[in-house]
Design a protein around this ligand. Structure first.
Ligand code: MD6
Ligand code: FE
Length: 226
């Protein structure tokens, strides 16, 4: 009989902590920090709330004003949602697919975003929008600035779930040099102050398998607009 946990390869077993989500905080420059593993204790609650949101406002591939289909599938919850259309990018109180208001922001989303902001030194944080991004293998997000929000004094809180990804983090000029930061399940980037308009992006996702999310990465970004 072959035991499922047995090791018949003759190699010594891998140390378990090879897969542990090691807690590490990484300062990214003025106003921005990675809080390593901060969302892990919230993970199951976040994922069940996420299912409810996606049932009401399904993930969809939007088309950019230049006419390109985005490889990342998106939806939103909260008072406002982010919308890409031929006419431009904007925040809207209604989901253009359904004509209805976006699903409300789940309490666990708000609680997580606020406690992460607080840990990063932003004591007051009341996001009005949560943008939800789903990456399947090879999906990417090109270098961009988040500048559609009407209140740029407020930070962004960005939660990574599922497969790891490489986050690109540059400066406020497109030509500034770019750092590559690996983000894993549970990591939160809090991002404001002098870094608020820094260029950033995500390299094409590599395939893999996450115990809860399978072959994908989910990113939640909390912002304040209006
Ligand atoms: C992502 N994140 O991590 C995409 N924007 O999938 C973003 O575009 C982003 O992580 C602003 C601030 C933090 C972010
Ligand atoms: Fe962004």
């Amino acid at each position: 009989m072959i035991s499922k946990t047995g090791n018949s390869s003759g190699l010594s077993p891998l140390p378990m902590d090879l897969f542990a989500e090691e807690k590490r905080d990484i300062p990214l420059g003025d106003g921005a920090i990675v809080l390593g593993g901060f969302a892990c204790p919230y993970e199951t609650k976040i994922l069940s709330a996420l299912e409810n949101v996606i049932a009401l406002a399904p993930l969809r591939h939007m088309t950019t004003p230049a006419g390109y289909r985005m490889s990342v599938a998106m939806t939103s919850c909260g008072q406002f949602g982010w919308v890409a259309e031929r006419t431009g990018y904007r925040y809207d109180a209604h989901d253009p697919e359904s004509g209805k208001p976006w699903p409300s922001m789940p309490e666990v989303f708000m609680a997580l975003a606020q406690s992460a902001a607080k840990k990063a030194g932003y004591n007051v944080f009341r996001p009005t929008a949560c943008l939800i991004n789903r990456y399947e293998p090879s999906a990417k997000l090109s270098l961009h600035q988040d500048k559609d929000e009407l209140d740029l004094t407020v930070p962004i809180v960005s939660v990574s779930l599922g497969l790891p990804a490489i986050f690109l983090f540059g400066g406020v000029k497109r030509s500034d040099s770019i750092r590559k930061i690996p983000l894993v399940n549970g990591d939160i980037v809090v991002w404001g102050g002098a870094s608020r308009l820094a260029y950033h992006g995500i390299l094409p996702l590599r395939p893999g398998s996450h115990p809860l999310l399978g072959n994908q990465r989910i990113n939640l970004t909390f912002r304040k607009t209006n």
